[in-house]
Design a protein around this ligand. Structure first.
Ligand code: 1GP
Length: 241
């Protein structure tokens, strides 16, 4: 099994180098709109392009990723809402388990459904502990997964879920406030998780400003994901990175 991308993220963490991913949702950006978006991304210091969404129409992800790969050499990592969003055109997949929720469909069923496809591919599979944290609005992850996010006023639950994920062998933790969150994950929460686990931490959801980005990094985020802010302004990385 390939491990290039997770090794790169771990090495960056060790060196204290912070990473940024832009999230492109095939349901929100058309293939025709990709050209201008990727031209903008190629001019920035973005390390990864994440592709995915809570609900992406069947068959849309593959041509979407193929088009990105034609336009950019930045590695593409799938961030799938379900197993139908898998494609070998990408470099890696976050193999998510929604550990904050108690819906077996997203804890293990979708993962089993993906095996027949994944075992025949060379996609790098990154075992990811995915925690949905209350972000001020009802986000699509919450609606689609039919799970309750962990409240930000319950940092202990977030911490213990993250530690359990590491014990389970997850290679990375994703602290997710949800796309379009009005309240990103509190830096104190990021700090407490980062002080207590060794694996890298991804933080996403509602990050729109330089100050929020820096604060996430300063408190232990290794990789920050930005989606909505880029959709609203494709020049965002020039101002906040
Ligand atoms: C969502 O973490 C990502 O899964 C990005 O969220 O769209 O709010 O940047 P935003």
């Amino acid at each position: 099994m390939k491990k290039h991308i997770i090794e790169y993220i771990k090495n960056s963490k060790q060196k204290g180098e912070k990473l940024i991913a832009v999230l492109l949702d095939p349901d929100k950006i058309s293939i025709d709109e990709l050209l201008s978006n990727i031209i903008a991304i190629n001019k920035t210091k973005v390390n990864f392009i994440f592709v995915g969404g809570s609900t992406v129409a069947n068959g849309l992800t593959e041509p979407f990723v193929r088009q990105i790969k034609k336009l950019s050499s930045i590695p593409v990592i799938l961030f799938p809402g379900d197993h139908s969003q898998l494609t070998e055109e990408a470099d890696a997949v976050l193999f998510l388990s929604l550990l904050s929720g108690r819906n077996p469909e997203f804890l293990i069923e979708q993962q089993i459904k993906s095996v027949d496809f994944l075992k025949g591919t060379s996609l790098e599979i990154i075992p990811t502990g995915y925690l949905l944290i209350e972000g001020g609005i009802e986000t699509s992850v919450q609606k689609v997964s039919k799970t309750t996010p962990i409240s930000q006023s319950n940092p202990e639950e977030i911490l213990n879920t993250s530690i359990a994920a590491e014990y389970l062998g997850k290679q990375i933790i994703y602290l997710e406030a949800g796309s379009g969150a009005t309240k990103p994950v509190n830096p104190k929460i990021i700090r407490s998780v980062s002080n207590n686990i060794d694996i890298p931490i991804i933080v996403g959801g509602g990050i729109r400003t330089k100050q929020q980005l820096e604060s996430a990094f300063d408190n232990g985020a290794d990789l920050v994901v930005i989606g909505t802010a880029f959709e609203n302004n494709s020049e965002i990385f020039n101002t906040i990175v």
